[in-house]
Design a protein around this ligand. Structure first.
Ligand SMILES: C[S@@+](CC[C@H](N)C(=O)[O-])C[C@H]1O[C@@H](n2cnc3c(N)ncnc32)[C@H](O)[C@@H]1O
Length: 249
């Protein structure tokens, strides 16, 4: 018997209309829909994004991905999740895994896919790309995220706060993901570099509870939720009155 396919579906940053048509079709036709389980009895982000599309007649498969640093605990959880998904795949049934934002951009799916490939090398996995939160933030702010020759840096701030100053030496535009727990440290550095008025914090982009903080100068202790990012226009793009070369002499 042919095994089923595991589809990794990017469901976008929050607005259910930002799911791609292909992602929605596969969510509707898979036998089971997997997603990271919510915490404290609340639905997870991806589960909430797909909810309006009335796909609950299929088997819903919340998978436990604990938010802890202990590698053994994480590995056990990934193995358990992989075996839950494999039960369907080995019977020839497809599973669609819903992941918020784009699945390839700091997504939990990578751990599941890697564990499944180790445990069951014959597994078939297909990825559907989607709208990532920094791009949704740029759209919401009405800004091009980057233009012309600008260099973009993306930092998962919680792990890379020590690198922030060196990145500010070369980046023209900076996106800080996973920033909520280190916001105060970020604020101090942006103040030192006189960048607070060029920084915008965006929380829950494209969701009804979306918040935009355009002036961080008087917000040294802003309490942001986990689903927040900061965009810093470190240097202005040079757009006007500039001859754009096509590279020919
Ligand atoms: C584990 S990463 C997942 C990123 C996601 N795969 C994406 O493509 O946007 C989680 C981080 O993404 C950012 N994020 C995700 N969704 C967001 C949203 N709706 N609004 C603002 N930031 C968001 C936050 O920085 C959050 O800490």
């Amino acid at each position: 018997m042919q095994i089923g396919t595991l589809y990794g579906i990017s469901v976008g940053p929050g607005d259910p209309e930002l799911i791609t048509l292909k992602g929605l079709r596969l969510l509707r036709t898979a036998s089971a829909i997997a997603f990271p389980a919510g915490i404290k009895g609340k639905p997870g982000k991806a589960e909430r994004i797909i909810a309006p599309w009335s796909i609950s007649e299929q088997k819903m498969l919340p998978l436990n991905f604990p938010y802890v640093p202990d590698f053994d605990v994480l590995t056990r959880a990934w193995h358990e999740a992989a075996e839950q998904v494999w039960q369907y795949l080995e019977r020839g049934e497809d599973v669609a895994f819903a992941c918020e934002g784009d699945i390839s951009f700091y997504g939990t799916f990578a751990y599941l896919a890697q564990t499944l490939q180790q445990l069951h090398p014959e597994v078939v996995i297909e990825i559907v790309p989607g709208v990532s939160s920094p791009l949704a933030a740029a759209a919401t702010l009405g800004l091009p995220l980057t233009a012309r020759d600008q260099r973009l840096a993306v930092l998962p701030a919680i792990y890379t706060i020590g690198e922030l100053k060196s990145v500010l030496q070369w980046a023209d535009v900076l996106v800080l993901m996973k920033v909520s727990s280190v916001y105060e440290q970020v604020w101090q550095i942006l103040q030192e570099y006189r960048l607070l008025d060029r920084a915008v914090a965006v929380e829950n982009v494209t969701l009804p509870e979306q918040k935009i903080y355009t002036d961080l100068c008087d917000r040294p202790t802003l309490k942001l939720s986990y689903f927040s990012l900061i965009v810093v226009q470190v240097r202005d793009p040079v757009l006007a009155n500039t001859e754009i070369s096509d590279g020919r002499p």
